[in-house]
Write a protein that binds this ligand. Structure first.
Ligand code: ZN
Ligand code: ZN
Length: 335
């Protein structure tokens, strides 16, 4: 099978042939249909994430089951599936809840979605209903990240919501804030590029971050936000979220930042802010995302702005680094 191997910081992904994995025990052999490029894949490429070279990454995948290990009982060849970004031991409490990154034995998939085939355990597979495409299936992971954060925020219909950052996670947060009942949802970002996506995903307003931003946000929401989703992960963003949130407000950290962040603790203290971080998702999130898409709420499809072959992965990642006007780029390993 053809795969794109991470070859070290700033090295082009190496396209090579590897043997098709053989599904054993409870494993499914999946022919990958689509795999989205995540911000964390960009951090892998630059070396910032410190990921191990020689590995096939890609964790936002969906594909068709084409082979079964001998112990598979509930899934058949021909069904289409997705799964979480990592695999777990299968018997601890976190695995039972489906919050796999908290499994003490979690690990990345032996070979990821930037390849033509991969194996996943049956217990970790989520079957996609017939109405959903591979592309929809590959959007489940980033949408579940957004849903988990919005669930942790405990927002309700009266909440004034601010989303900082309009990447896939920020857009997903806006989508779920709307679906879970919030009416006033402002998305704020440093450029206008994603404005139309934000509205499509459910934002009631879009604000370009500049000197007037805080006043514009108050005007738009009818007061300071009760909840701020920090989805930018940029230097200073968490402090900015705490400056902009209202008294007794909540800041939900969903941005993946690898820089040290300076916090003036008097700011959150004087407002008695709750700072909550959100890490990936659990089984309930995955199931709700799939059910929501299957019910016809397909606005998130707007996030997919390009589809590239494995050979195009390096250029696509470079483009995202350089601020190319792409949102979610999909890899089609068979193109
Ligand atoms: Zn991701
Ligand atoms: Zn476990």
């Amino acid at each position: 099978m053809k795969v794109a191997v991470y070859d070290g910081p700033r090295q082009p992904f190496r396209i090579e042939e590897r043997p098709v994995p053989v599904p054993e025990g409870d494993e499914l052999l999946v022919r990958v249909g689509r795999c989205g490029i995540c911000g964390s894949d960009v951090s892998t490429y630059t070396g910032a994430a410190g990921m191990e070279p020689g590995v096939v990454y890609g964790h936002e995948f969906a594909g068709e089951v084409v082979g079964l290990g001998g112990a598979v009982r509930g899934i058949e060849v021909g069904q289409r599936v997705t799964a979480q970004c990592v695999t777990g031991c299968g018997h601890c409490e976190e695995c039972r809840q489906g919050h796999l990154v908290f499994c003490p034995e979690w690990r990345t998939h032996p070979s990821g979605g930037f390849g033509q085939f991969m194996t996943i355990p049956e217990r970790e597979a989520y079957v996609l209903p017939p109405a959903l495409s591979f592309e929809d299936g590959a959007l489940v992971e980033p949408l579940a990240v957004g849903l988990h954060g919005v669930r942790l925020s405990r927002l309700d219909a009266t909440s004034r919501v601010l989303v900082l950052g309009a990447g896939a996670i920020g857009l997903a947060a806006a989508f779920w804030a709307r679906r879970l009942g919030a009416q006033r949802i402002a998305v704020a970002a440093t450029s206008e590029r994603r404005k139309s996506f934000a509205f499509e995903m459910g934002a009631s307003d879009f604000i370009t971050i500049g000197e007037e931003a805080e006043g514009l946000i108050h005007g738009s929401l009818g007061g300071p936000p009760d909840i701020v989703f920090e989805c930018a992960g940029a230097a200073g963003a968490t402090m900015r979220a705490m400056e902009w949130v209202g008294p007794k407000g909540r800041v939900v950290g969903m941005g993946y930042g690898l820089h040290p962040e300076q916090i003036t603790t008097a700011v959150p203290l004087m407002k008695e802010i709750l700072l909550q971080f959100s890490m990936t998702y659990d089984r309930q999130d995955y199931e709700e995302v799939i059910a929501t898409l299957a019910a016809g709420h397909l606005e998130p499809r707007c996030m997919v702005t390009d589809t590239v072959p494995l050979e195009g992965l390096t250029r696509a990642v470079e483009g995202l680094l350089d601020g190319a006007p792409q949102c979610k780029v999909m890899v089609d390993p068979w193109a």
